[in-house]
Ligand binder design. Sequence first.
Ligand code: KG4
Ligand code: ZN
Length: 367
Amino acid sequence: MAQSVSPNLHLRILAIETSCDETALALVEASGGLRAPKFKILKEIVASQVKIHRPWGGVVPNLAKREHTKNLPDLFQKIFGTSHSFTISKRLKNVDLIAVTVGPGLEPALWTGITFAKDLAKKYKKPLLGVNHLEGHLYSFLLPKKTVSSKLKSQKSKLFPAIALIVSGGHTILLLLKDLTTFKKLGETRDDAVGEAFDKVARMLGLPYPGGPELEKLASILAKRQKPSINFPRPMLHDKSYDFSFSGLKTSVLYYLRDNPLNAEDLKLKADIAASFQKAAIDVLVAKTIRAAKEFKARSIILAGGVAANKQLRKTMNREAKKMNIVFLVAKQKYNTDNAVMIACAGYITHLRKKKYPLRANGVLNI
Ligand code: KG4
Ligand code: ZN
């Protein structure tokens, strides 16, 4: 029989994330309700599969599934400090809700987390809630910076409307938020996600998987005073819509490399290509976000998703938000890439909204 969650606003949530190549678990205490949600992280673990997928140059779904299946009981044991089910039962006593990512992502990977969560919920008689991974990214801005919660409480009207840009390996989405839970999609990518473009260009430059952070590192080699010199296109920059396109930009890098073959020692050219690509992508992301912020008279800009870990993107968005005198909200870098803390966070909001996602993997779930 499905268990019900206590009506209390104060909830202890065990969250599970297995949508791609990170197995993650977190134990989070949530309080404050929708008016001023607040999160205290009690335990968090991320088991990265980078080494497993690196030789293949990208994530291999069946390897991800195998690793999640292996990792989940280990991480669970690490969180609860034992494999003894009587002790676990006692330690789980204070857990009010189990939250698990149901999509989007790789379905074989998602199923491992969902099955694990379902077994736990049944064994320890806990309520179980499905979470949208994209909402996990979106709400990551609420994470531990104390100031966000107090800002929400004291200046609620000053944060909304907000414009949120979600940039990950699978998505590039621009949202208009009327409040914390009422949002509308303004635009999204028509082809590659920006993270995917970073990864593909990184591969062209001979960088290992995962490409995004490697490309950022390479771009930073370009001396501070030297600006990126290659004028790659800024796709859809002047298009009236809020959609994006990154496939043409990626192809331009490919043609540039075809016409200017890299020689192994030419680190400076390689860094210039990386920095020029990065600048073109960031220019489009920031320009469209700022245009939306102006059009909808936003009071804040939210940046989220794996690509939000990019320092240059954070810096540029922050600078432009400051120019408009509006609040810039972004989680600490480690909460931009996949983790379970953000799933606990979105789980809390999903629960308070009384929203129910079916407890089955949905690879193409959107926001
Ligand atoms: O959100 P995320 O961890 O997983 C998905 O939900 O997709 O995002 C992963 C994406 C990858 O494409 C990765 O290369 C990119 O985020 N990424 C970065 C950086 N860190 C991660 N892209 C650019 N610069 C970074 N520092
Ligand atoms: Zn993600």
